[in-house]
Design a protein around this ligand. Structure first.
Ligand code: ZN
Length: 295
């Protein structure tokens, strides 16, 4: 077939407290603060990016900051748990570390730890042998998060969501609930509870990786052929994107692998200053005054 979605690109959540959010994903989880910018669709608010040193696809967690916003309600029509891979024999390190930071954890399983971020977004660290190494500035390399391990999609229509993952995206069916991407992530599809509502602690959307703008056009055509309503290509500075709702109602995005986060600042100083899309630069002073303190 040739055309294939590689796996996860980034996952975007909503936070009600940008300062706590940044502290948690950098100081506690040890991810790199990659980019401080604004939500292009709501320029008075932050869009914060965390990941590995270079901001590789498959390792990018991003947040829209809505200060003081209400928590979402977990339920169907949402993507829920985000899993990160950690090296073998590192779960004990994380259990100890999270407990020391007064974060309540589920440590039922030996090889994984489940907990929530400050907004209540569910996270899992799962041991997995990979040749990748994590970014080791805060966390020692032998324990550092290596990449995304997957997500759980709480689908309104699980059978149709699964059909999309298998037939349009080309993911490999592992068992009745799980699909594996080429990037070794496990995408779990289930249906639990009643419809959720979006708010702080919710995942806003999940973005999948396509190689380049040409493959993105082919992905878009494949979606249209399958009667999926999809947006035109949107310029997001660091990648180009298309958006659509999967049949189970989660918002999905397909993003190009490049050009990446060094398009507007050098890799050494990523995240140090507020960067704005050029078409917002003339409003910098006003935008900066409006945004909350991050540290
Ligand atoms: Zn996105």
């Amino acid at each position: 077939m040739g055309r294939k979605i590689r796996g996860l690109h980034h996952i975007t959540g909503i936070t009600a407290d940008v300062k706590k959010n940044k502290g948690f994903y950098t100081d506690v989880l040890g991810l790199r603060f990659l980019k401080k910018t604004i939500n292009q669709d709501d320029p008075g608010t932050y869009h914060l990016y965390y990941g590995d040193y270079e901001g590789s696809a498959g390792h990018i967690m991003t947040f829209f900051g809505y200060e003081g916003s209400r928590r979402g309600r977990k339920g169907t029509g949402q993507t829920t748990r985000v899993t990160y891979y950690i090296p073998l024999n590192s779960a004990d390190y994380w259990k100890k570390r999270l407990k020391e930071k007064n974060i309540s954890i589920d440590e039922t399983n030996k090889d994984r730890v489940i907990f929530q971020d400050p907004d209540g977004l569910e996270l899992e660290l799962l041991e997995k042998e990979l040749s990748l190494k994590g970014w080791a500035e805060i966390i020692p390399e032998k324990y550092a998060i290596t990449k995304f391990g997957g997500v759980t999609i709480n689908s309104e229509n699980p059978e149709e969501t699964k059909a999309m993952l298998e037939n349009i995206f080309g993911f490999k069916k592992i068992n009745d609930e799980d699909y594996e991407t080429e990037q070794k992530e496990i995408i779990r599809v289930k249906k639990i509870g009643s419809p959720g509502s979006i708010g702080a602690g919710s995942i806003h959307h999940v973005a999948w990786t396509t190689d380049n703008p040409e493959t993105q056009i082919k992905d878009r055509e494949a979606l249209l052929e399958n009667d999926v309503q999809v947006t035109e290509v949107v310029e997001r500075m660091y990648f180009k994107s298309i958006y659509f709702r999967e049949p189970g109602h989660s918002l999905f995005e397909i993003a190009t692998n490049g050009p990446g986060f060094t398009v507007d600042e050098p890799v050494e100083t990523l995240g140090e200053k507020l960067v704005l899309p050029p078409w917002y630069e003339h409003l910098r002073e006003r935008i900066e005054k409006h945004l909350p303190e991050l540290s």
